[in-house]
Design a protein. Structure first.
Lengths: 423, 143
């Protein structure tokens, strides 16, 4: 993986300037990014376990000062703020710099992440960068909460074996403990679990297991950092809608409309305003629905927020997968051309329509969106069942169900528009 | 701190600073390329067959993004925000290293089993009892 990272970095600097023939842009934006989205649902944050930037950091960690992560990184408000800023910054900078059509910017992003991971590893113990500062890690961690796989401990087993050594956290002999500073023994969220398997190997009692689970299970069982995670889940919906919208014709029309403005005609400002608008609208509508529902049910507003925000995560995740799989199906034909161009062959940019065609793309996208809606509605029911006092009689959460429908319609409208190629 | 340890710390921090400097230089170079229109392939941008190049879409890619409006140019909004974010991140890291003494965190004792716990744990990982920070004995700088 490290070798592949070096190859991509090389081609980002010295490869063909046409992004459709450059291995760095084709692989990063057409192959890796869509498959990464699929991996969120299937394996949570497993990318972090195989990330070449993290692997390079692991190699340099033998020279590390091994400082403990600063206490500031453990304050909930700071953690939530950093996560939100990281997610927004990543979405904004990718669009403003046209990262997907520029090998140079793609290479810089690869370098930036690698440098951050290596500096983090040189200074701090374990994966401090990955857990606290990596923008991609923040994004991945949010979606990992809706994954169908989990590693969890059988706490009864820990008690039966009178485990007082917490090998899953500290490691044992040559075996490492959790690289994310997490205690797998008491872990109740996938947000900080890369499924690296360290804890599985380190635990001598076999308490930890990799299991298939209901993807909405965590929304009900999670106990820590709930308001932050719930709100970030809703904010992610705004980011996903933004990422799709800026590739459509109405965005271009909007861009034309502000072309005369001294401030908004600058892309950095325009994209930033649009992103904050999308996220603000998604979160604002959710908070308004929470306020209405807390009045209807008499349950506290805070309870509504920290519980029901999770319900929108499946919808967001499936919209994200649908959007990005579309780009994979539309752009996979660039892969052989980019590989050939990397070996010096003189190749033409592939033209023509996709093999699978627009209809298959649409069916796939709307099928995924429908699955996301179904999972979100199911999550609402489960959340109601878990906190009956927070729901209307009959375990109904009508304001949130209506909001789910509204979000789904907006996402469906955006995805139904002609979408520009990523390269 | 022994001389050998000091040397090791110095070399590690030196390498870290070098990486930070390279990243800053790389970023400025990319921003300069963006500002002068060398970020993207001109042939690609002018290719009429490209789906992003039709009449409705051309301004998604045409021209350097940072050069539009009064905030454009080499030292425009993109460079300013990216540079500011970079400086803030590095400054935050430096401040944390100097003021927070991250290598010597406070540790606490579990009031139930007496085990040493981390200050950010909400439950004792040894006995499982809930940890509230009020009234817990704190071990300053302990390991």
């Amino acid at each position: 993986m490290i070798g592949f990272l070096l190859v991509l970095t090389y081609f980002s600097l010295f490869g063909p300037r046409d992004p459709r023939l450059n291995l760095a842009t084709v692989f990063s934006w057409i192959v890796w990014w869509p498959l990464l989205a699929v991996s969120y649902f299937l394996f949570g944050r497993i990318w972090c376990a195989v990330c070449p930037m993290g692997a390079l950091a692991d190699l340099t960690q033998r020279f590390s000062l091994n400082l403990k992560a600063p206490r500031l990184f453990k304050r909930r408000g700071f953690v939530a703020g950093i996560m939100l800023v990281a997610i927004l910054y990543q979405a904004w900078i990718e669009e403003v710099t046209r990262a997907s059509v520029s090998p140079l910017v793609t290479g810089f992003i690869l370098w930036g992440f690698t440098a951050g991971a290596v500096v983090g590893a040189l200074l701090f113990e374990r994966w401090t960068w990955c857990r606290h500062l990596c923008p991609l890690g923040a994004w991945t961690g949010v979606f990992a909460m809706g994954s169908v796989m989990e590693i969890r401990a059988n706490q009864g087993n820990c008690v039966d074996h009178k485990c007082t050594s917490i090998y899953c956290y500290f490691g044992r002999e040559e075996l490492k403990g959790c690289p994310f500073h997490h205690t797998p023994k008491t872990m109740d969220t996938n947000r900080y679990c890369s499924m690296c398997g360290n804890c599985l190997k380190a635990c001598p009692h076999g308490s930890l297991r990799l299991e298939i689970r209901n993807p909405i299970k965590e929304f009900v069982t999670q106990k820590k950092e709930m308001p932050e995670n719930a709100l970030i889940a809703v904010a992610a919906l705004g980011v996903v809608a933004f990422q799709a919208f800026v590739m459509t014709e109405p965005w271009a029309a909007l861009r034309d409309a502000v072309a005369g403005s001294a401030i908004l005609s600058n892309d950095a400002v325009f994209y930033g305003s649009l992103l904050i608008g999308f996220v603000g609208l998604a979160v604002g509508l959710f908070l308004a629905a929470s306020r209405v529902f807390s009045r209807v049910t008499g349950a506290s507003y805070e309870t509504q927020v920290r519980r029901f925000g999770f319900a929108f995560l499946p919808l967001t995740l499936f919209a994200h997968i649908g959007h990005n799989l579309g780009h994979l199906l539309g752009g996979y034909r660039f892969v052989p051309a980019a590989v050939a161009a990397s070996f010096g062959a003189s190749v033409q940019v592939p033209q023509g329509s996709d093999m699978l065609g627009l209809m298959v793309w649409r069916i796939l996208q709307f099928g995924l969106l429908a699955a996301g809606v179904a999972l979100s509605v199911w999550a609402l029911r489960r959340l109601c069942a878990a906190t009956p006092t927070a729901c209307a009689p009959g375990r109904r959460a009508l304001p949130f169900a209506l909001l789910t429908a509204l979000y789904a319609v907006v996402l469906a409208l955006i995805l139904s528009l002609p979408m520009a190629s990523r390269l | 701190m022994s001389a050998r340890r000091r040397l090791r710390v110095g070399i590690t921090i030196g390498i870290a600073l070098l990486l930070v400097a390279i990243t800053a230089g790389y970023g400025l170079w990319v921003m300069r390329a963006a500002s002068t229109g060398h970020l993207m392939d001109p042939a690609h941008m002018e290719d009429p067959a490209h789906p992003r190049m039709d009449a409705a879409m051309d301004h998604t890619m045409m021209g350097p993004s940072s050069s539009r409006g009064i905030l454009g140019g080499y030292l425009g909004a993109v460079t300013a925000v990216m540079g500011l974010a970079f400086v803030v991140l590095v400054a935050l890291l430096a401040w944390l290293l100097i003021h927070e003494r991250p290598g010597r965190p406070e540790q606490a004792l579990c009031p139930v089993c007496g085990a040493t716990t981390e200050t950010d744990w909400t439950a004792c990982a040894y006995c499982g009892s809930a940890l509230t920070r009020v009234g817990m004995p704190i071990m300053k700088g302990g390991r």
